[in-house]
Design a protein around this ligand. Sequence first.
Ligand code: PLP
Length: 482
Amino acid sequence: MSEPLIYELSSPGRQGVRPPKLDVPESVLPKAMLRESLRLPEVSEVDVVRHYTRLSQLNYAIDTGMYPLGSCTMKFNPKINEITARLPGFTGVHPLQDEDHAQGALYLMYQVQEYLKAIGGFAGVTLQPAAGAQGELVGVLIMRKYHADRGEAQRDTILVPDSAHGTNPASTSMSGLRVVEIPSDTRGNIDLDALRAQLCDRIVGMMITNPNTLGLFEERIVEVIEQVHGCGGLVYGDGANLNALMGVMRPGDVGIDVMHFNLHKTFSTPHGGGGPGSGPVGVAAHLVDYLPGPIVTIDETQTDDELPPYYTFQMPAKTIGRVKSFWGHFGIIVRAYTYMRMLGESGLRAAAEHAVLNANYLLSQIKDHYFLPYDRICKHEFVVEGHFAECDISALDIAKRLIDYGVHPPTNYFPLIVHHALMIEPTETESKQSLDKYASILRAIVEEAKTTPDLLYQAPHNAPVRRLDEVQAARKPVVRYA
Ligand SMILES: *Cc1c(COP(=O)(O)O)cnc(C)c1O
């Protein structure tokens, strides 16, 4: 039986707080500011506590179970990250404070810049962008300005593979450039012939996600990059999938010119509720001067060896400008720093290796049951078809049925090039037991699809809300109690 809502518990005169005695003269709020129609519940403290505790129990979180949302890298966020991010020295620092008084915070930012340079193989990093998508916009603007400065302002086109995340074409359009889509070949790689056919002196560059959103390593990445460079274009790396590569391969080494990192994916940090994130951008040497700032540098004018290095903010010479107020999302940067320091160099590599191992293990446990359109060893995630034509079951039915089993569904209907895509990314933090459990649920659902498809059409059955009309939910959301 569902519990009564807090509004239904309201009883006139019931009170949960007792305000302190007035120590100022009492005055009456102007009538115009009061809304008689506002039905505020009159409830006790215990009613309020139970109301919010119940709401919190309706949440699904990585702290309650596996969250294999492909592309999102919902890895467990170690609790020490939260402890460090809440240290008073970090929470109390004011963005307008003198640099002298914030040397610890600047030092931490400098270190994160250095670590990301080392992990990505880049010459410079900015911590400014608020998320991956903003990092993409920054990258595209940098590429555009680089060409304009070289007298090649006619370059107006960005190539984007058809498997790309929607933010890639969106960032390109936002920067006023044209998008040309490049198809994938039968192995799930960028189609090289189709790419060659588009190369000309109008190309600003190409955006590449590697491993791509099918979870597959671009087998001819070096050749793709050579081709784009060959026509004077630059290569943007969508670093959202770095979790499969960190410590193993440096994108800068294969010729990626500019790339964003998703600190909230690769380097933990909870991001289920839509933010805040952090999308630092790394660049090769020829683009360092274009980075948005301010960037933390060591003050070289201080020559006294007795003193520790002095950290200061600097704006790169040809910067595309500021993209964010103040200094980026500092709390996320602290969490990423903690994550990197806790794991260390070998630990980061092990995390990538385990992410790949876990994805391949889970794939091996279900691949006889779901159609795998690109049958290759995957990286940190894989994409199967969630469609059974004989019983008209769709990826949405499977996703909703997973909720009945008490686990989170994978990403569905992305990437667009797979029919009824189910995109599964278990991440490295799942044990063999939890992978086995998820696999057995996915297999059980295939059986149900064949024997009792009605169960799936109407799922979820035991969730707080039943299946929603998704169109109405997006267009006309009901966000308040009637
Ligand atoms: C998440 C993601 C992005 C965008 O990153 P945000 O931080 O969510 O803005 C871009 N590309 C891919 C492949 C992603 O998975």
